[in-house]
Unconditional design. Structure first.
Length: 638
């Protein structure tokens, strides 16, 4: 296996070398050689500029970090520059043009990087299209003088001159002593090896929660390192949890040692007279329009005597950000830091306060939590209370989970203590499993294959299977609700029913299926049912978010008198005041949701559209709204 890997790596190096050298042999090989050297020098400059980010790295003196940082940064920069090298190979017969364009290209890259280090120093987020549009129109709102702006715009002039001098030196050097092709192959192989070493280190570190390496990721712009869960498990390089040790060290130093300052200030509490039981019920991928009498008859009955939030949004289109916002009440953009380094933040205040009030925990789930770091973040202090079953078909796991929770209600619960329970049903997730003999309410059905679907496919059979899976999960939830009722617990139990995110079936005809691919309401709007003893049933039509759930419970159930802003990006679900907008995030990007429109940020541009209709054009955001989001994204960053 090792020999095969080595042979493959040599082949990659030779192919890259051939594309950049051999393909241009008949024209100007030497020109490409010169740009190759310029590229290597600029990779070193990238590492030098990136050293400005080092001050934000969490303290760690482990030797592996010192290997990882230079190899990852320089290797990643070189791989990114390969596209430019191929372009230079095509234009190799015009050396002057290649030289000029290369100077412009590498200057632009360094200008962006230098500017990003300045922005990151101030705001703790990287440059995006929203920031650029605001900066170039109302830079005075950022507290920048005209002199400062003039100095910023002078940077490209200096860097152009520096790049020109570097190129001139390289050209002279290679003219006097031409580079051999073998040297070019060796240089290319060394840089690609840097990339491979850096990414392999990260893959191992991510699998083992080794934060001295993984915590670096959110500090670097446009950096998307490799993760290889299945491979690490296969070669037995996983299973070590460095995060637990790091958390213990952070706890010893208090909140002052963490990258996320949460809460901002010590919280104050008043005595509470009633310790409600809290039961959180989650249905995977359950979207807003799937809570009705036909699809979820049991939950529909519960909704009749509950507060129903008709415009509720998850904090993300994927499970990680959905669960993070649901329990922490923080903006989903903080997940980039927390997911890379679980010790960057303490346990959720929601769960810690329940522990302080002597709640009895039972947290059950049949969806994946270990792989995506939810266990190491959200439930870091509740691992003994968390039981996750991921083996076998999801509908079988869901049935066993229901039985386990029913047993807890009947015989495992301490009547002298309130309980905090969670049941997280997997069945509605793709592949939408339910028992083979389960009566299908919705027909015809078909198992979806994302690799072969197109925008012209009929979504009805796929959606029908999804509905049947939800209906099966609803039947399991019905058993839980019935037992709560039979045990006489409805008078002192708050029941919250929602989902981690939604599910799309090409509603906009743009070939979006499933979740995690956009921020339309089909992927981020979920049902929210809150049964609260003593509160009259009602439908609430204003926008709410997962980030509103923790502050509601912390303030109204646990008796927190401190301002919500100290510990959450949200507000009480029952607070009628207006806010500028909401945020949601996926695995790779995030979006603002404002007045029924989505502003999704991608590298280099913003995709704007209606939250329901992806073809509906959206107006520009005002600078005031953008400043609100910028502030919220950095408010809890140290």
């Amino acid at each position: 296996m090792v020999l095969t890997a080595v042979a493959g790596w040599v082949t990659i190096c030779r192919v890259t070398y051939w594309l950049t050298m051999k393909a241009t042999q008949s024209i100007r090989v030497q020109t490409v050689m010169q740009i190759l050297w310029l590229t290597v020098i600029n990779c070193a400059l990238v590492l030098l500029v990136c050293s400005r980010y080092f001050r934000h790295f969490e303290p760690a003196d482990q030797w592996l970090r010192f290997i990882y940082v230079p190899t990852a940064i320089m290797g990643y920069a070189f791989v990114g520059a390969l596209v430019w090298l191929f372009f230079c190979a095509v234009l190799g017969s015009w050396p002057r043009l290649v030289h000029v364009l290369s100077v412009v290209f590498y200057t632009a890259c360094l200008v962006f990087l230098v500017a990003d280090t300045v922005v990151y120093d101030v705001y703790r987020f990287h440059i995006n299209a929203f920031f650029l549009s605001t900066f170039f129109t109302t830079f005075s709102d950022f507290g920048l003088s005209y002199g400062t702006v003039a100095a910023i715009f002078a940077i490209p002039v200096v860097l152009v001159a520096a790049q020109a001098l570097l190129l001139r030196w390289v050209v002279r050097r290679t003219t006097i002593r031409p580079m051999r092709r073998r040297t070019g192959l060796v240089v290319t192989g060394v840089m690609l090896s840097c990339f491979a070493v850096g990414q392999l280190i990260h893959a191992w570190a991510f699998e083992n929660n080794y934060f001295p390496v993984t915590s670096i990721t959110p500090h670097l712009p446009l950096y998307f390192p490799v993760r290889a869960h299945n491979f690490m498990v296969k070669v037995n390089l996983g299973g070590v949890d460095f995060a637990g040790q790091a958390d213990a060290e952070a706890n010893g130093g208090g909140n002052s040692t963490r990258a996320i300052l949460y809460p901002l200030h010590p919280l104050e509490y008043r005595p509470v007279s009633t310790n409600y039981n809290i039961l959180i019920i989650l249905l995977e991928s359950w979207r807003f329009d799937m809570m009705n009498e036909q699809v979820t008859p049991n939950l529909f009955e519960l909704a009749k005597k509950s507060c129903v939030f008709d415009r509720h949004y998850s904090g993300g289109s994927v499970t990680t950000t959905g669960m993070f916002t649901l329990f922490y009440g923080l903006a989903p953009t903080y997940w980039a830091v927390v997911g890379a380094n679980p010790s960057a933040i303490g346990p959720p205040i929601l769960l810690e306060e329940a522990r302080r009030l002597n709640y009895q925990f039972l947290l059950l789930a049949t969806t994946e939590m270990e792989r995506f770091k939810i266990v190491h973040t959200v439930f870091k202090a509740n691992r003994a209370d968390l039981h996750v079953d991921t083996k076998g078909l999801s509908w079988k796991r869901d049935a066993k989970m229901t039985d386990r929770f029913l047993e807890f209600l009947r015989t495992g619960r301490d009547p002298g203590r309130p309980f905090f329970g969670m049941v997280f049903y997997r069945s509605p997730h793709y592949n939408y499993y339910y028992p083979p003999d389960y009566p299908e309410q919705f027909k015809p059905t078909r198992l979806i294959n994302y690799a072969t679907t197109s925008r012209t496919d009929d979504p009805a059979p796929y959606r029908n299977r999804y509905k049947n899976a939800i209906r099966y999960a609803d039947a399991e939830v019905g058993k839980v609700l019935k037992e709560v009722q039979s045990a006489g617990l409805m008078d002192n139990t708050i029941i919250i029913v929602t989902s981690d995110h939604g599910e799309e079936f090409n509603e906009n005809g743009d070939n979006y299926w499933g979740h995690g691919s956009n921020f339309t309401r089909y992927q981020i709007q979920t049902p929210l049912i809150v049964y609260w003893p003593g509160r009259p049933p009602q439908h609430i039509t204003r926008e709410t978010s997962h980030v509103d759930i923790p502050p509601t419970l912390i303030s109204e159930v646990f008796g927190c008198n401190s301002a919500v802003e100290y510990y959450s990006s949200g507000r009480s679900l029952f607070d009628d005041s207006q806010r500028p907008g909401l945020m949601a995030a996926s695995y790779v990007n995030y979006a603002y949701i404002v007045n029924g429109f989505v502003y999704a940020l991608y590298p280099g541009y913003v995709k704007k559209h209606g939250v329901e209709d992806i073809w509906k054009p959206a107006p520009d955001l005002s600078p005031a709204v953008m400043k609100y989001f910028f502030a919220e994204q950095s408010r809890f960053r140290r």
